[in-house]
Design a protein around this ligand. Structure first.
Ligand SMILES: *[C@@H]1O[C@H](CO)[C@@H](O)[C@H](O)[C@H]1NC(C)=O
Ligand SMILES: *[C@@H]1O[C@H](CO)[C@@H](O)[C@H](O)[C@H]1NC(C)=O
Ligand SMILES: *[C@@H]1O[C@H](CO)[C@@H](O)[C@H](O)[C@H]1NC(C)=O
Ligand SMILES: *[C@@H]1O[C@H](CO)[C@@H](O)[C@H](O)[C@H]1NC(C)=O
Length: 722
């Protein structure tokens, strides 16, 4: 993986340096007296600046040589001595090789550059010393190589480099120092390297890039800082890299996008942040990077969310790769702003249940998109895929882009599900990967729990803390703060904060909840459960057809429910019940019969039930029942479709499937109750059975309103929801 990745990055680098690698030229024979066991041929050769040459080449690789072969042909331009046992070279052994341009001593036994006694090789452009055992570079270590353009010192054991080690290398373009043991980067090394274009220094245990560390490298075009354990990049760390086009932070320990440092790179085109433990890509992380063309955010184990305006005004960005992030479940509909050139959006192999149509619409130049290997929910959010879009977007691997939900569409290819088969509004869904169901933290830790949900209409998110208090975004309470995006922050956790937390995402269609137990190391958990609540359950107001109930809650009960029954009616189908969303303390019990006695009970746990009695008012004026109009039935069908879509979602979800209406009283409006203080619509629990199916589909007066959509819905219900 890592090698592959670096190879891709090198490819970029080569492109930057203009190498045309498409030409394939064969070697040609070179009739010359060749050293024993070596091979002498004319071979294609590219200078570091991509000038092509046919170079007389001597290959003496892998021969267990302990010193250079004698009688090398005078015309030699490339001398390859890889994988031998050479530990020293003397100028005299290379005497007369006036055209020697490349010397490859990689994978040999050098322990010190003092054994590289080359005093004058004016034609040498390229020196390979990688995979030796160099430990230190002294002052002016390569002094005789005044025309050198490429120096490879990667995979040695370099612990220290003298400030003036590279003195005399005025023309150096490319320096590879990766995979050594350097713990600091010294700006003074670079004073001699005014023309350097490529620096690879990754794979060294450097933990901190100091301010202005690369300041002298005004010509640098590509910088690789991969695999260094970098935790943060300070604001001025990259200052002075005026011409940098490509930077890689691959495989570091960055927990945030180093946005301030990146702002100091006016010419940046390629940015690689792959494999860093970044959790959130936040507003302003990538902003006004006017030349950025390609951005990689792949292989991030921790990445959960791409937030509102995470990428803004990147007018030249053409390719964005956000793949192989096992927890990435959320991309805000407005995550991308003013990305006018974006052509290619790679989002495969994440935990995305959807990509909002708004996201796609915000990318006017989009040509191709990759969404395969995601748990796609085929409902309203992904509906745009099947719509007649004016500008079709090409799907990469459409044959492996499947629906995971709802059950009746499972394993269908997303592209093959028609627009009509997907609902036009849908329930919120909190991805299971956003936070675990149990975490243990230390006393004093700061904790951030990220809760995100996609839905149409866009859901509201709130948290219920162990004390039963409901916290909405932009509010704070004690040590708690809830951010606009749905993140609950706890500052300096104490034993007080241990307990049961629930995140609720809710829109007009319904809600999803997800809970977590927070344990604080060394403290006793599970309070509240056993302690007797002082909750008072009471009736606040009663009218003809509804009653307002309220109660206190001293702890978070995500499994609460309410049941009610009219006096005298013992038959089961008159007993109703509904789940109560976590954090709710008031409830508008609607659709009651006037002038009737009811017993209403609140169940907060197996042994924790309080009941009240109430009597609804008598009807003062005649109140004719409205007809069951086709419009009402349509509303019903929409609900059912949602129910079906929802039915497959397991876990701690709260969905309307438990609230299927009783069709004996079809006149009630179901979908429109505003979800504020009185949040849940009480719909009696009654699952449909096979016989009921017909009932749903007819208007009760014998007139069959069946249509394709309804038929499907009812099937989905009987199969899955009940
Ligand atoms: C070195 O290269 C030059 C220019 O290509 C050529 O004229 C000269 O003969 C070469 N010298 C040797 C010793 O091959
Ligand atoms: C309903 O139950 C309450 C409480 O048990 C009782 O006082 C009332 O008389 C009953 N009403 C009817 C109509 O049965
Ligand atoms: C309770 O619900 C009824 C019926 O939907 C409605 O008329 C009433 O305004 C609601 N009351 C409150 C306080 O929301
Ligand atoms: C609830 O009551 C039952 C029977 O009285 C008892 O066995 C059980 O432990 C109680 N549960 C809780 C959580 O108190």
């Amino acid at each position: 993986m890592k090698m592959g990745h670096i190879a891709i990055f090198l490819l970029h680098t080569h492109l930057l340096l203009g190498v045309t690698s498409s030409l394939v030229i064969q070697s040609m024979p070179w009739r010359v007296s060749c050293p024993h066991q070596c091979v002498c041929q004319i071979k294609p050769w590219y200078s570091p600046q991509s000038v092509y040459r046919e170079a007389p080449t001597v290959d003496c690789n892998d021969l267990l040589l302990i010193q250079l072969p004698t009688s090398l042909p005078q015309e030699t331009q490339t001398l390859r001595l890889q994988s031998n046992l050479i530990s020293s070279v003397d100028q005299s052994e290379l005497q007369g090789l006036v055209n020697l341009t490349e010397l490859d001593l990689s994978h040999n036994s050098f322990t010190s550059t003092r054994n590289l006694r080359i005093t004058d090789l004016p034609a040498l452009l390229s020196l390979h010393m990688e995979e030796n055992q160099l430990r230190h570079l002294p002052e002016a270590a390569f002094f005789g190589l005044s025309n050198l353009q490429e120096l490879y010192l990667n995979h040695n054991r370099l612990r220290s480099i003298s400030p003036g080690a590279f003195k005399g290398l005025d023309r150096l373009l490319r320096l590879h120092l990766n995979s050594n043991r350097l713990v600091v980067i010294d700006r003074r090394w670079f004073h001699a390297l005014q023309q350097l274009e490529v620096l690879m220094i990754g794979g060294n245990p450097v933990e901190i890039i100091q301010d202005l560390n690369f300041k002298p490298l005004g010509s640098l075009r590509s910088l690789v800082l991969a695999g260094m354990g970098l935790r943060e990049i300070s604001e001025r760390a990259l200052e002075g890299l005026q011409n940098l086009e490509s930077i890689s932070f691959y495989d570091n320990s960055l927990i945030k996008v180093p946005k301030e440092a990146l702002q100091k790179l006016p010419g940046l085109k390629f940015l690689d942040l792959n494999k860093n433990p970044i959790q959130l890509v936040q507003r302003g992380d990538f902003r006004n990077m006017l030349h950025l063309k390609e951005l990689g955010l792949n292989n991030m184990e921790e990445l959960i969310s791409i937030e509102h305006s995470a990428m803004e005004n990147l007018p030249e960005l053409t390719k964005l790769e956000i793949t192989n992030n096992p927890r990435l479940s959320y991309i805000h509909p407005q995550a991308f702003q003013k990305l006018l050139s974006m052509e290619s959006l790679m989002l495969n192999s994440n935990a995305l249940s959807a990509l909002h149509s708004q996201t796609v619409r915000s990318l006017p130049s989009l040509q191709e998109i990759s969404l395969h290997s995601n748990p796609i929910r085929c409902d309203c959010l992904i509906r745009w895929v099947g719509a007649d879009n004016d500008k079709p977007v090409r799907f990469i691997e459409p044959q492996s882009t499947f629906c995971s939900e709802p059950p009746e569409l499972k394993a269908r290819r997303v592209k093959e599900v028609s627009f009509r088969e997907m609902a036009d509004s849908c329930l919120p869904l909190i991805a299971p990967s956003t936070f675990p169901s149990y975490i243990e933290v230390k006393h004093g830790d700061n904790v951030a729990l990220h809760c995100r949900a996609l839905a149409e209409p866009e859901p509201n998110i709130y948290w219920v803390i162990p004390q039963g208090v409901r916290l909405t975004p932009s509010s704070s309470y004690g040590r708690y703060q809830v951010l606009t995006e749905g993140t609950l922050q706890i500052f300096g956790v104490t034993a007080e904060e241990a307990g049961f937390y629930t995140c609720v995402a809710q829109n007009l269609v319904g809600a999803d909840t997800r809970s977590l137990t927070l344990q604080v190391e060394g403290s006793n958990l599970i309070r509240g459960r056993t302690q007797r609540r002082e909750d008072s359950f009471e009736v606040q107001d009663v009218k003809e057809r509804y009653a307002l109930l309220s109660w206190q809650a001293s702890h978070n009960v995500p499994t609460a429910h309410l049941s009610w029954v009219a006096n005298g009616s013992l038959e089961d189908h008159h007993r109703h019940s509904t789940r109560i969303l976590a954090g709710t303390r008031r409830f508008n019990l609607t659709r009651l019969q006037p002038g009737t006695h009811y017993k209403v009970c609140l169940h907060l746990g197996p042994n924790d039930t309080s009941c009240v009695h109430l009597r609804t008012k008598e009807v003062s004026m005649p109140d004719p029942l409205p007809d069951l109009t086709p419009a009402v039935l349509l509303a019903v069908s929409a609900l059912l479709l949602l129910l079906a879509a929802r039915a497959c979602h397991g876990g701690a979800s709260f969905s309307w499937k438990e609230h299927i209406m009783e069709f004996e009283k079809p006149h009630t409006t179901i979908l429109t109750q505003e979800a504020k203080a009185f949040m849940t619509v009480p719909i009696p629990v009654k699952c449909l059975n096979q016989q009921d199916q017909g009932k749903v589909l007819s208007d009760g007066r014998g007139k069959d309103l069946r249509n394709e959509m309804l038929g499907q819905v009812a099937q989905g219900l009987t199969k899955e929801a009940c």
